[in-house]
Write a protein that binds this ligand. Structure first.
Ligand code: FAD
Length: 296
């Protein structure tokens, strides 16, 4: 196995163009497991650890440009206000050691349906900045996941950054696991309220071949909130609306039975998480509304 160690982003792109089968390695928390278990024996490993800009982030007016290798621990520490859903999801990843190494670029590279960043990225709204020597493109997160552990990257492309919309309202992330830490999701759910556009977005993990959004549930909730003037009157969401939203989220799943859980359990749990996260986010929205009225 040859080990390629580019010192800059340009060198990394050139190496990937010259060796499209080279496997990039960032934190290595997925790649090294596969190599250690002999599930993968790549001809070339492309080490991205010397490419400094992959560890940087920029907070813009509407979005955060998050370098592909920024570790989860940094997101939790520095981007909680801008990216609350992703920060909450980062909290649930593995252990402090893994959170210090692993990052969103690696989660996207692996594209496991159980990856914790995906529901948060789907709910917030994100674009993957992919680059090769041929140029740069931004892939909407909804189009990024193409199958079980497959993504939309071309063989010569690398992920440079992820552009995640800054939160304009409450966000939540909920995960079911067989224990409370160091656990891959049995299923997971992300929810973001976007009061600015009066929209809601969801993300479901580990309950379909790819991470997915529950778009019918989103449309239902948007219409219900609009129809009864909830965004303006800040009333408590009626149980029947919350239940219908939960049922539609469960219906968006296409899960399998596996060692971590059955398909029917996953569907049920996604419904429960959808209802709970809706209650939590809506309570935050109401609280923020009351606080801003009190201040006025
Ligand atoms: C003990 C343990 C527990 C874990 N628990 C969780 C968990 O709770 N939740 C969870 O989501 N994950 C978990 N994981 C998986 C892993 O930590 C995450 O997927 C992490 O985000 C991977 O990031 P990384 O930087 O280590 O990726 P790497 O292992 O370096 O790479 C992962 C994949 O992405 C590709 N890649 C990396 N960077 C780029 C780039 N810039 N451009 C293109 N491709 C790239 C690699 O080639 C590889 O295919 C766990 C892993 C371990 C070992």
């Amino acid at each position: 196995m040859d080990f390629l160690r580019p010192a800059s982003w340009e060198e990394a792109l050139a190496a990937k163009a010259a060796h499209p089968t080279a496997v990039p390695i960032a934190g290595g928390t997925d790649v090294m497991v596969e190599i250690n278990f002999d599930h993968r024996r790549p001809e070339y490993l492309l080490d991205l650890n010397r490419v400094g800009d992959l560890y940087e982030w920029e907070v813009g007016e509407d979005s955060v440009r998050l370098g592909a290798s920024v570790p989860y621990s940094r997101i939790m520490e520095h981007l909680r206000a801008e990216l609350p859903g992703l920060a909450l999801a980062s909290h649930t990843v593995a252990s402090p050691q893994i959170r210090n190494r692993g990052g969103v670029g690696g989660n996207l590279g692996t594209a496991s349906p159980a990856g914790d960043a995906h529901p948060a990225l789907l709910a917030a709204g994100a674009e993957v900045e992919a680059e090769s020597v041929r140029g740069t493109r931004r892939i909407p997160i909804d189009a990024f996941y193409t199958g079980v552990k497959r993504n939309a990257l071309a063989p010569d492309e690398l992920i440079r950054a992820v552009h995640v919309k800054k939160a304009d309202g409450p966000q939540q992330y909920s995960k079911v696991g067989t224990r409370n830490a160091m656990v891959i999701a049995v299923c997971a759910f992300g929810l973001a309220l976007h009061p600015g556009t009066r929209t809601v977005r969801t993300g479901i993990g580990s309950a379909a071949p790819t991470p997915v959004r529950a778009t019918t549930a989103e449309e239902f909730l948007e219409a219900a909130l609009e129809e009864d003037g909830f965004w303006d009157n800040g009333k408590i969401i009626t149980p029947s609306v919350a239940k219908r939203f939960a049922d539609l989220c469960a219906a968006a799943c296409n899960p399998i039975d596996d060692v971590r859980g059955t398909a029917s359990y996953r569907r049920h749990a996604v419904g429960v998480m959808a209802r709970r996260t809706l209650t939590w986010t809506w309570e935050s929205y109401r609280g923020a509304r009351r606080a801003s009225k009190g201040a006025a």
